[in-house]
Write a protein of this length. Structure first.
Length: 225
């Protein structure tokens, strides 16, 4: 079940229902507000739950611009403005106030949902590419390996081989499988080249080189014990 909550703000009940139905199909949770004042109340009561706001511009009591200004004073929650106008000046005004996306009515609900998903994916916390295995730290973005805070000099192939071994922690890997995944299928050399690279990696890892075990008749396994 998708726990992402979206606030839909529009004074037209038909429009709210249309948007809500499409969002629910994608398993989003939906909160509704019928005007600007209601939007601020709902937002204040659910600020920690709301991941994105779909905000109509032309509404009674408080228009969308006023709501946007007040929300932006305390929150950077993504906001998509919905408006019947399509003039460039209005769009520029919206971006100046902190709008993340701007969609003119009439619009395709499927396109709206796609825009919602694109923004949510953009703000989703990225998984760290830095992993630690028994004191060996591999930074996949920087393509570096550190041990006890000190960087180890590895060739590109040595790095790829070590990374492949640790990503398959505890699994016995045959030499053929290692060749296919690290050297790729177009390599036709002797599989003993793996033994040579393993020997160099073990030497550079020092005491932690013991984590790379030789599995007789098969190949190698990386395991921190």
């Amino acid at each position: 079940m998708n726990n992402t909550t979206i606030l839909v703000v529009d004074d037209e009940s038909r429009m709210r229902k249309l948007v809500k139905d499409f969002l629910i199909q994608k398993q989003y949770k939906v909160l509704e507000a019928v005007d600007g004042e209601d939007a601020l109340t709902v937002f204040e009561e659910n600020e920690n739950k709301i991941s994105l706001i779909l905000l109509d511009v032309m509404m009674p009591k408080l228009d969308g611009w006023s709501v946007l200004r007040q929300i932006r004073q305390k929150s950077n929650v993504p906001i998509i403005m919905l408006t019947a106008r399509g003039e460039e000046q209005d769009e520029l005004f919206g971006f100046e106030l902190g709008v993340d996306e701007y969609i003119s009515k009439p619009f395709s609900p499927k396109i709206l949902v796609a825009r919602v998903e694109a923004i949510l994916n953009r703000i989703k916390p990225k998984e760290s590419n830095i992993k630690e295995y028994g004191g060996i730290v591999i930074d996949d973005d920087g393509r570096t390996v550190k041990m006890d805070g000190k960087e180890i000099e590895l060739s590109l192939r040595e790095y790829e081989l070590l990374k492949y071994l640790v990503e398959n922690h505890g699994i016995a890997l045959s030499r053929d499988k290692i060749l296919n995944n690290v050297w790729n299928y177009d390599y036709y050399g002797d599989s003993r080249t793996i033994d040579s690279h393993i020997k160099k990696i073990r030497h550079k890892l020092g005491k932690k080189g013991k984590y790379i075990e030789t599995i007789r008749g098969i190949g190698y396994k990386f395991e921190v014990k």
